[in-house]
Write a protein that binds this ligand. Structure first.
Ligand SMILES: Cc1cc2nc3c(=O)[nH]c(=O)nc-3n(C[C@H](O)[C@H](O)[C@H](O)COP(=O)(O)O)c2cc1C
Length: 355
């Protein structure tokens, strides 16, 4: 019962820690014959990698992926695909404080209670370095769902939301925040930099949309597409909430407002709204799949916080070292990867049962 594996048919397991020599993923159940090499996966890792702006951690990791198995003559063979990323910029001495005392909000205390000891260097397995492995696995998953286009963006930082009237998808890749609203970018530069200089941190909300998902993926009860997505997103470090479609706002609508009215269209039904986020009864409707994911503010901050030492004494901790002032920003490629991994799994499950 170690729970390092996700998925049923398209499965992946991740391994490795923040300050170990390497980390990676083993993808099992990938269909054969898909064209795969490192260059297919690398752009997704490049989007997630640290040290790309002053708004993320300054740890410099090239995050170059190596494919160790499961590919022959440039194509997936149907056997396990092993992916490895070396850690090259560890600074374990930065974690001497974390060795002695628990960071409130981080996993230090909980790991000690569960396992009896912990790898405090960079947070060990609780570090979001692990998410690099999922992003690599997600790059493979995308090959299994070529009909689907996935894009995520930062919708809100520190309570300051984008204006959907300014939404420009082309802007998402043009700024360090994965932000589709140029006006919000300017505000967020000051907001995130201010938090960093204050020795503090900020939370964020990431939105993710998958288009091209046909009607029929998902299952009616214990593998509802909604619950699979929520579970997948909640496995990402620092996530504290997931909304599918209108999510909590749906609870404030009346029935006629919330209904995604339908009309006959030229290529099947036409929906007049998508409050449901593309699912009904746990199964995709053919509308875009849409979810939002809430990331809490980084717990490793310079501002001193009251805590206890490993031997139970009252103390306070000020976490030095290189940390993301807003972890949600680098969560964007991770959310996209989890969306791809869930949809690849659901596509194969649907094919297995319904042909
Ligand atoms: C992309 C990404 C980067 C992160 N970077 C940091 C970081 O630099 N410092 C930190 O304290 N937490 C960081 N986190 C969050 C921690 O990994 C997370 O809070 C911790 O493992 C405890 O788990 P929990 O918040 O899910 O309960 C990051 C999370 C993500 C998704």
């Amino acid at each position: 019962m170690s729970f390092n594996t996700f998925g049923r048919t398209f499965r992946f397991s991740t391994w490795g820690e923040s300050h170990g020599p390497a980390l990676g993923a083993v993808v099992d159940g990938c269909p054969p014959g898909l064209e795969l090499n490192e260059a297919v996966i690398q752009p997704f890792l490049d989007a997630r990698k640290p040290g790309q702006s002053k708004y993320t951690t300054q740890r410099k990791e090239p995050d170059q992926v190596k494919i160790l198995s499961g590919v022959f003559e440039g194509k997936t063979t149907g056997t396990p695909i092993s992916l490895m990323i070396e850690n090259v910029d560890q600074r374990s001495k930065d974690y001497s404080e974390v060795a002695k005392a628990y960071r409130p909000g981080h996993a230090d205390y909980a790991y000690d209670q569960k396992y009896g000891f912990r790898d405090y260097r960079g947070g060990g397995r609780s570090s979001a370095r692990e998410t690099a492995a999922r992003v690599a696995a997600g790059g493979v998953a995308r090959l299994a769902i070529p009909e689907v286009a996935i894009r995520a963006w930062v919708a809100e930082i520190g309570g300051d939301a984008i204006d959907m009237a300014n939404f420009d998808a082309d802007e998402i890749g043009n700024n360090p925040f994965f932000c589709p609203d140029v006006q919000a970018v300017k505000r967020w530069e000051a907001l995130v930099d201010g938090a960093r200089k204050d020795g503090s941190s900020l939370g964020a909300i990431i939105a993710c949309e998958a288009t091209g998902v046909p009607a029929g993926w998902g299952a009616p009860v214990y593998a509802k597409l909604d619950s699979e997505l929520a579970a997948a997103m909640m496995t990402i470090n620092a996530t504290k909430g997931v909304e599918i479609g209108d999510g909590f706002a749906a609870a404030r609508l009346r029935g006629e407002e919330n209904a995604d009215a339908m009309r006959p269209g030229q290529d099947g039904p036409e929906f007049l709204a998508n409050h449901s986020g593309g699912t009904a009864g746990g199964i995709s409707t053919g509308q875009p799949i849409f979810c939002r994911v809430a990331f809490k503010p980084t717990s490793s901050i310079l501002t001193p916080v009251e805590t206890i030492s490993s031997d139970g004494q009252a103390t306070e901790i000020s976490t030095k070292g290189r940390h993301d002032p807003c972890v949600g920003i680098r969560g964007v490629p991770v959310v996209e990867a989890m969306m791809a991994l869930v949809l690849a799994d659901q596509k194969l499950l649907h094919r297995a049962q319904c042909g």
